[in-house]
Design a protein around this ligand. Structure first.
Ligand SMILES: NC(=O)c1ccc[n+]([C@@H]2O[C@H](COP(=O)([O-])OP(=O)(O)OC[C@H]3O[C@@H](n4cnc5c(N)ncnc54)[C@H](O)[C@@H]3O)[C@@H](O)[C@H]2O)c1
Length: 454
């Protein structure tokens, strides 16, 4: 390997793209004494972080940002010149979908061009780490050529590129970054992974996670295989949930519990519900399906995982029609709008799909979320009224649907629904309520719960 020895200081880091992933990476590293500069094109975001404020809802992140900024280990800027003052740059910009489902690499290209320009003429070695989720082939065919042409350097000679997919989950991003299950590293055979390992060695010290070293494409593929696999578990259990709803006495929660006890299967990602959403699973599935097709391969299972998920919110609407008949003019309360609890992220949230489906049926929808109200309001416009409390949401409603399982909603009792709603009917879309407790007191249905036995 051709590191200019002694010229690289892994403690000096820049992070390009201060979203859910980038800000978490930046703040966690800064909290452990790394000197980190975050770079983003979004001025509002940069100014928030610069003044020690966290622009997103992520448990524990606000504290890390505040402390690191005040200690001087974390700074934020829109100026790519900051890259030059560091030795390692993480690329954490978004990789959304094009209208045809394929991956939109525009932000990756722009970020790499700007990083390369900043590195032009820099004499010390520099490591660029691709953390954004990119389809196999992207690092070799897009990232490396873009960096080389804009920096005037050759990869392997003073410029090093490593793929390091991120597996953190929104809602527990800080913890996941501090305790990853494993670290996947892909390089071009020039040993650049070892440098990133040096950085992680300083971050994790003796609590280092298992490491898998490979080439670019395998590292890129692992991230997609991971997400498709997890999404497949969700769609599979949802398929069983839908079957359970047709069988007297059946309950998918019990089925999932039994399934999860099989050591070969395990208990994770077996919670039936209204479907998966968020900024990763749906767009990563679309991207890998589009790439597969481009390569002449039909990924049948992956397509089915997506299709089952697309249909899942409509199961709730069907259940609502069974309960109330025609939904026109009915007041529907939706509890939860974020795609999962403990985040304000509403990207591709199944709760929003649900709101739209009810609105299409002519229902009057009121919705509430403890953190995502503002983001949801922007997405929904006047499709629904987004209110500021559970009480306002339930007041006078004919039906309530629990769409996101925030802790605050788990503690609601049948009396809370009965006292506020006009017709207390409840559909538990996330299986948090005990059917025995609720069934006698409100008209109760739940995803994956069959009709009462006998
Ligand atoms: N969100 C997750 O839970 C998660 C988990 C694992 C992996 N990922 C992957 O990580 C990547 C980032 O995801 P995210 O959810 O953090 O995205 P995000 O949309 O929250 O943040 C992306 C940030 O990049 C910034 N940006 C865009 N173009 C830029 C440029 N040219 N220069 C500087 N900044 C720029 C945006 O302003 C934004 O702040 C994606 O590829 C995603 O698939 C996300």
């Amino acid at each position: 390997m051709s590191w200019a020895s002694g010229s690289i200081d892994v403690m000096r880091v820049s992070v390009v793209g201060l979203g859910y992933v980038g800000l978490t990476v930046a703040a966690v590293l800064a909290s452990k004494g790394f000197r980190v500069t975050g770079i983003d094109v979004d001025r509002e975001r940069v100014s928030a972080v610069s003044s020690g404020r966290c622009p997103i809802h992520e448990p524990g992140l606000d504290r890390l940002v505040r402390r690191s900024v005040s200690k001087g280990t974390l700074a934020a800027t829109t100026d790519y010149g900051a890259v030059r003052e560091t030795s390692v740059t993480f690329v954490t910009v978004g990789t959304p979908s094009n209208p045809d489902g394929s991956i939109d690499l525009r932000y990756v290209r722009e970020a790499c061009r700007s990083i390369g320009e900043a590195l032009r003429g820099k004499s010390d070695s520099h490591l660029v780490v691709v953390k954004s989720t990119v389809v196999p082939g992207t690092t070799g065919k897009v990232v490396v050529p873009t960096l080389e042409s804009s920096s005037g350097k050759r990869v392997g000679e003073g410029l090093f590129v490593c793929v390091n997919p991120e597996f953190l989950r929104e809602g527990s991003a800080v913890r996941d970054m501090l305790e990853p299950d494993r670290i996947v590293l892909g390089d071009a055979g020039d040993g650049s992974s070892d440098l990133l390992l040096e950085l992680y060695g300083r971050l994790y010290r003796r609590r280092m996670s298992p490491v898998l070293k490979t080439n670019y494409v395998n590292a890129e593929l692992i991230k997609y295989a991971n997400n498709v696999f997890l999404a497949a578990r969700v769609s599979l259990i949802n398929e069983f949930a839908n079957l359970c709803q047709l069988i007297p006495g059946a309950d998918v929660k019990v089925v999932a519990e039994g399934l999860g006890l099989d050591e070969r299967i395990g208990p994770h990602f077996l919670r039936a519900g209204i479907g998966f959403g968020g900024s990763c699973f749906p767009k990563d599935i679309r991207a890998i399906v589009a790439l597969s097709r481009e390569l002449g391969h039909d990924p049948r299972i992956t397509r089915a995982v997506y299709e089952v998920n697309e249909l899942q919110p409509s199961v709730v609407v069907r259940t609502a029609e069974e309960l109330l008949g025609d939904l026109r003019g009915k007041r529907v309360a939706v509890l939860g709008l974020a795609f999962k609890p403990n985040t304000d992220d509403v990207r591709e949230s199944p709760a929003l799909k649900l709101v739209r489906l009810f609105a299409e049926r002519g229902s009057e929808v009121r919705a509430y979320d403890p953190a995502a109200g503002e983001n949801a309001r922007r997405e929904l416009g006047d499709t629904a009224e987004v209110v500021g409390s559970v009480e306002e949401c339930l007041e006078g409603a004919d039906l309530c649907v629990l769409a996101t399982e925030w802790g605050q909603f788990r503690s609601l009792r049948p009396e809370d629904f009965a006292s506020l709603m006009r017709e207390p009917a409840l559909i538990d879309g996330r299986r948090v309520y005990d059917p025995k407790e609720f069934s006698g007191k409100v008209r109760f249905r739940a995803i994956g719960l069959g009709p009462a036995d006998g």
